[in-house]
Design a binder for this molecule. Structure first.
Ligand code: AMP
Length: 217
């Protein structure tokens, strides 16, 4: 299964990606997570990425595309992958198509998680993320058992700098202007599957698995 997950910030891509990657036994590749790991490790890439991420802007294509190309050349993606947060504009979508065409491993499907803007702001502004394993929680709808601590690894929970209300608004504009056009791009390629991203996490996962299994069988 070679899969792309697309949807506005806060649609639950990261959460669903973990479940879908486990279900289909494929690696979960999140460009946001790779950038955040680089920020934590204070690498040159992290320093560069942070200046864009803190404002809710996209990291430049040249950097992002090279990073994804390297990742897709690693051995563990031989049997498939789930890309979460990439591509984020039509140029990246074209680059991805070219990378995969060269390897003769085209995408099987693009899953869109759709959600209204008002729900997005509520979800993102209450999101708390584990510093160590990146698991997401919500201060009202998905609390951790112990306040401020990750249920999975005990790591400290924090609010991502880009989850502040002003940055969320910018991320939504960037999504509408730059990322949304890839939905039409993939619809045109006959790869797009859309599902509503509302309800319980497990309901959305079941909906996603059902839609994907039906589409690629
Ligand atoms: P995410 O964790 O997917 O919400 O991504 C967080 C931030 O990382 C985005 O707002 C961008 O600044 C950056 N980022 C992640 N993926 C990409 C991408 N494909 N292209 C450019 N910037 C990205």
């Amino acid at each position: 299964m070679r899969l792309v997950l697309v949807g506005p910030p806060g649609a639950g891509k990261g959460t669903q990606a973990v479940h879908l990657a486990e279900h289909f036994a494929i690696p979960h590749i999140s460009t946001g997570d790779i950038f955040r790991a680089n920020i934590k490790g204070a690498t040159d890439l992290g320093l560069l990425a942070k200046s864009y991420m803190d404002k809710g802007e996209l990291v430049p294509d040249s950097v992002t595309n090279d990073m994804v190309k390297d990742r897709l050349n690693q051995e563990d993606v031989a049997n498939g992958f789930l890309l979460d947060g990439y591509p984020r504009n039509t140029f990246q979508a074209e680059v991805l198509r070219a990378i995969l065409a060269e390897k003769e491993t085209p995408l099987d499907a693009v899953l869109e998680l759709s959600l209204d803007d008002a729900v997005i702001v509520e979800r993102l502004s209450g999101r708390r993320t584990c510093k160590d394993c990146q698991t997401s929680y919500h201060i009202a709808f998905g609390k951790s058992a112990v306040e401020g601590k990750c249920d999975k690894c005990g790591g400290e929970l924090y609010q991502r700098a880009d989850d502040s209300v002003e940055v969320i608004q910018n991320r939504l504009s960037v999504y509408a202007e730059q990322t949304k056009p890839i939905i039409a791009f993939y619809r045109g390629e006959g790869l797009l599957i859309s599902i509503p991203a509302e309800g319980e996490v497990s309901e959305i996962t079941d909906r996603a698995i059902g839609a994907l299994s039906a589409a690629v069988s």
